[in-house]
Design a protein around this ligand. Structure first.
Ligand code: ZN
Length: 430
């Protein structure tokens, strides 16, 4: 019997059959979906009336560094390597664990309001980031950053292993830990091998950045005589489950490697555009059968955590680049933000509205003028909706936002504390 019933909305299942149920119902019990179908009049359970709304799986932010909200608008209009070396890394050296907590919580509130229910995070002070994610009510997939070009890399590795084991032992239904080697250019092969072994032996996926810039590819060719994916394949990275952010600069042979090895690719178009990195070849990856998720990346390079904005961008950008309006449909773009993102991250029970799946569900108000007259709800969501149309956000069966009111945390307090932390941080960095 469902303890929570979302009734009367247009239910978009994002299942294999692409089911859409007008005036449907989604039932939830024990954190899972237990019913999807026509409205069951008179059934028991708490009801959320979604009449006039779209009901769909929560959006998945499959690559981000949430606490970088603290550096939003701090360093813009710079190339990736200059941006990292001159602006971001010098500030990050002064980060306190409490900064990460409040910066992450700020980002979580932003995501809850935008209908994002899962975030795949990679950042410093992963414990505090995780606490913030869990406190916010979101599905939290943390990984500490692992960098192999620093003197204390071994201690960093041991802390990451300890943190991963702690998360696994906790068995929290909204906590899904990863290992986070930053990128091939900051993680030498022997260090990557250690991480691969730790991930493989625990069945924990690896979340990393691959082939983000042309410089990264050129450096890899110069150092190893092969391109990034060829090199990663050779050192065994793809022997474990991998969520690879970016994958912007790929040869046809590398696209074939990603498809063959089942690597989940996460594209971050806003970030790649803003840092002048390029555009990932999404139509080619899709044609090869690669699973694609969408990410916002950190807010210092986006500058928001709005996955719906990434949906529109992925649908529009490739049409323009290829001068072909049939490339990447509205449905395919939305699928990347839901079922695709979940699969790219290794979930087999997330991102669809289907009995047995985790109950991460959002409702969007369809009554706004910019969504009228509503000829096609999929097109409206991909091309016309705004993240502020989200009215309800449910994660693992818990309502974290209702009627646009965030229930899990005090939004005003979070904004004030995060602002204070951000100002303190850039003040310390001088
Ligand atoms: Zn990133």
């Amino acid at each position: 019997m469902s303890s929570l019933r979302i009734t009367g909305g247009t239910v978009l299942c994002f299942d294999e059959e692409r089911t859409i149920l007008p005036g449907g119902e989604v039932g939830i019990s024990d954190g899972r979906i237990d019913y999807v179908g026509p409205c069951r009049d008179g059934a028991a359970g708490e009801v959320i009336d979604a009449t006039g709304q779209a009901v769909m799986p929560g959006l998945i932010n499959a690559h981000t560094h949430v606490a970088m909200t603290l550096m939003r608008s701090y360093a813009d209009d710079m190339s990736l390597h200059a941006w990292l070396e001159q602006r971001i890394w010098p500030v990050e050296r002064h980060l306190l664990p409490s900064d990460v907590y409040w910066g992450t919580l700020l980002g979580c509130v932003e995501m809850i309001r935008a209908g994002v229910t899962t975030f795949n995070d990679m950042y410093w002070h992963a414990r505090e980031a995780t606490q913030a994610g869990l406190d916010s009510g979101l599905r939290t997939c943390p990984s500490g950053v692992l960098i192999g070009i620093v003197p204390d890399k071994q201690a960093m590795f041991e802390r990451a292993v300890e943190f991963a084991d702690e998360c696994i032992a906790r068995a929290h239904p909204r906590l899904h830990v990863r290992f986070g080697p930053h990128a091939p250019y900051t993680v030498p092969d022997d260090f990557m091998a250690q991480i691969i072994e730790a991930a493989g032996s625990r069945g924990v996926p690896i979340h990393t950045h691959l082939a983000e810039t042309e410089k990264e590819v050129a450096d890899c060719l110069a150092q190893h005589g092969e391109r990034v994916m060829e090199h990663m394949q050779r050192i065994g990275l793809f022997d474990v489950a991998v969520n690879a952010a970016h994958c912007v600069h790929l040869s046809p042979a590398e696209i074939a490697i990603l498809a063959e090895r089942g690597v989940g690719v996460v594209t971050n178009h806003s970030s790649n555009l803003k840092l002048g990195a390029g555009v990932a070849p999404i139509p080619e990856l899709l044609a090869a059968g690669v699973t694609i998720g969408l990410g916002t990346d950190g807010t210092a390079s986006n500058n928001n955590l709005d996955v719906l904005e990434e949906v529109r961008l992925v649908a529009l950008l490739h049409k323009g680049l290829r001068r072909d309006a049939t490339v990447i449909s509205a449905y395919e773009a939305l699928e990347m933000a839901t079922a695709g993102g979940a699969r790219a991250m290794g979930f087999d029970d997330l991102g669809r509205l289907k009995p047995g799946y985790r109950a991460d569900v959002i409702c969007l108000d369809l009554s706004a003028p910019h969504l009228c007259p509503g000829h096609n709800v999929i097109s409206d969501l991909a091309y016309a909706a705004q993240s502020s149309d989200v009215v309800t956000t449910i994660v693992q069966g818990e309502v974290v936002m209702r009627d646009r009111q965030v229930l899990s945390v005090d939004q005003a307090e979070v904004v004030a504390k995060a602002r204070e932390a951000a100002l303190g941080l850039v003040g310390r960095a001088g």
